[in-house]
Design a protein around this ligand. Structure first.
Ligand SMILES: [Fe+2]
Length: 548
């Protein structure tokens, strides 16, 4: 049996994605509703707010023909459609109307019809775009009964005018998104000559707000402020006569919502293997909401020119719409103590030293911590290893997020060419265990390898929780054979190019290693409940093994 076929069989047998999915709205630039109300509910907890939680396994249920759900956008907005997912929508057809209002009293009908028989979000266009604050969905029963039952609902902004191509001189560094959070984002780029550029931006397809650089330069990092959490924004860069097309990004998800992200390390070659990984990872359906890079972002020495040729040029289309959070690798340390790394990125630096070498941020239910492992193992540079260690401990101790994920370059557990980095294991492993880190993502060895849950210098006993270590040094740098046979602590390893895709909601975290053919070579799942009781922990441990 060939390996790919065996993996697909494993997936079919053990890996069943639940009905809970991220609520991406097709053909809909969705507004965030300020308030959601309804004519009533079933008294069993299926309330209106559950149509806004990004989950298809919760719903609003309203009794009787004429039951309505109302979304209040908080102020007048341009409205063109609504995106709705129906409870048991594949088995029932709902009869409904959409109407809008500026004042919440006088409503104008914009749509009347039947639901598409599907449980996914479906976008229903209004007969004309209009200015409105309120959208009301009125349901006149369904093919089974008189109930209205909706899992998710959104109000959509009008589609943008056809996206203009870039015009004027080509920017030597295309825009890339940095330090995107719940309330702000940085758009960075470079111009050939010095000038004072601006970014036009706004919610949904709107680009009526302006952020000006405020000073003339060739290197630019313009902060867009006062953004809303879990919201899609459009932006255009105007600089020295160059005007980019309309790009979009999404702010960090609120704590109660799910996140999907990708990760890879050891990719910055500018070569064909990196391009093959990016050809897949760069697709809108695959890159998720943010990208973590795990070091060795720009071979061979992390110079400024290498960052351009080996990272920003091949990744321009991805990085202009996908927030990027990096960690430095040993190759970045080969240039002036990683100074070009600091110059090329605009990272959160939320530590007393205000250094970008290490930082943390929250996105949905996850607390992410980026650590500089080159600093931690004593490679020469300006980063202070003791300050970093103390900060990581404080930072992990302070977070109450359901999931904690650390990412850096040198792997505490690896059976690849470089092997396990024991300083990282012994200095940081105890902190990860004490403060409930669930997953550690690294690179350095040019392969993919996932450990069993680990504790100390071995596999965590089945009735205790452990830390899962994953090497994703598979982003494009030349592969190297595993020097020895597979260790007992390895859950899965393979010498392939590809990236890791992770989806986490409040209760479970699921990861897949995707190769350049788009095949999921490894799948794993960690249950939140495993951390709470040793009994469930045992079951979760067994389930993780089943994905080997
Ligand atoms: Fe490395």
């Amino acid at each position: 049996m060939n390996h790919a076929f065996a993996c697909r069989l494993l997936l079919a047998a053990f890996f069943v994605w639940p009905t809970l999915q991220h609520a991406a709205e097709p053909d809909c630039a969705a507004y965030t509703a300020a308030e959601t109300t309804a004519s009533g509910d079933d008294g069993s907890g299926n309330v209106a707010a559950q149509t806004q939680d990004g989950r298809f396994d919760t719903r609003w249920s309203g009794p009787g023909k004429g039951a309505w759900l109302q979304l209040d956008l908080g102020r007048l907005q341009k409205v063109s459609a609504a995106s709705i997912a129906w409870y048991l929508g594949d088995a029932r057809q709902y009869h409904f109307e959409l109407s809008t209002s500026k004042d919440g009293v006088h409503f104008a009908k914009g749509y009347a019809g039947d639901s598409v028989q599907n449980t996914a979000l479906q976008t229903y266009a209004l007969n004309a775009a209009r200015s409105a604050r309120y959208l009301r969905l009125t349901v006149n029963g369904n093919s089974d009964n008189d109930w209205a039952s909706v899992t998710e609902a959104r109000v959509c902004a009008p589609a943008a005018k056809p996206t203009a191509p870039d015009s004027g001189p080509v920017l030597p560094r295309q825009p890339y998104l940095q330090s995107v959070g719940a309330g702000s984002a940085i758009v960075a780029f470079r111009t050939s000559a010095s000038c004072t550029p601006l970014v036009r931006y706004g919610e949904g397809h709107d680009t009526s707000r302006v952020a000006n650089a405020g000073r003339s330069d060739r290197f630019h990092a313009i902060t867009l402020g006062a953004l809303k959490v879990s919201t899609t924004y459009s932006y255009i860069v105007e600089a020295c006569g160059s005007v980019t097309g309309v790009r979009q990004f999404r702010t960090a998800e609120a704590a109660g919502r799910a996140v999907q992200f990708t990760a890879m390390g050891d990719f910055g070659t500018g070569g064909s293997d990196q391009a093959r990984v990016l050809a897949l990872l760069g697709r809108a359906t695959r890159h998720g909401e943010l990208l973590l890079t795990l070091g060795d972002n720009a071979y061979n020495s992390g110079t400024d020119a290498e960052f351009q040729s080996n990272m920003f040029t091949p990744m321009a289309a991805l990085l202009r719409e996908t927030p990027l959070f990096t960690a430095p690798g040993n190759h970045e340390y080969e240039s002036s103590g990683a100074q070009p790394y600091l110059d090329n990125f605009y990272l959160p630096a939320n530590n007393p030293e205000r250094t970008e070498f290490y930082y943390s941020f929250d996105w949905g239910p996850v607390h992410f911590v980026s650590i500089d492992s080159s600093c931690a193992i004593g490679l020469p540079g300006p980063c202070d290893r003791n300050h970093q260690l103390a900060w990581v401990e404080d930072d992990l101790a302070a977070s109450r997020q359901p999931w904690k994920i650390a990412f850096f370059h040198h792997p505490p557990w690896s059976s690849g060419e470089h092997g396990s980095q024991l300083t990282m294991r012994h200095d940081y492993g105890p902190l990860f265990e004490q403060h409930g880190v669930d997953l550690v993502l690294t690179g350095h060895d040019h392969n993919y390898e996932r450990s069993l849950p680990m504790k100390g210098d071995g596999v965590a006993p089945p009735d205790t929780s452990g830390v899962v270590y994953v090497v994703v040094g598979s982003g494009g740098a030349g592969q190297r054979a595993f020097p020895g046979s597979q260790p007992g602590w390895t859950a899965f390893r393979d010498n392939l190019f590809g990236y890791l895709s992770v989806r986490a909601d409040a209760s479970s975290l699921r990861g897949q290693f995707i190769d350049t053919a788009g095949i999921a070579r490894d799948s794993f799942e960690i249950d939140q409940s495993a951390k709470k009781t040793s009994k469930v922990g045992k079951a979760a441990f067994a389930r993780m093994q089943s994905h080997r």
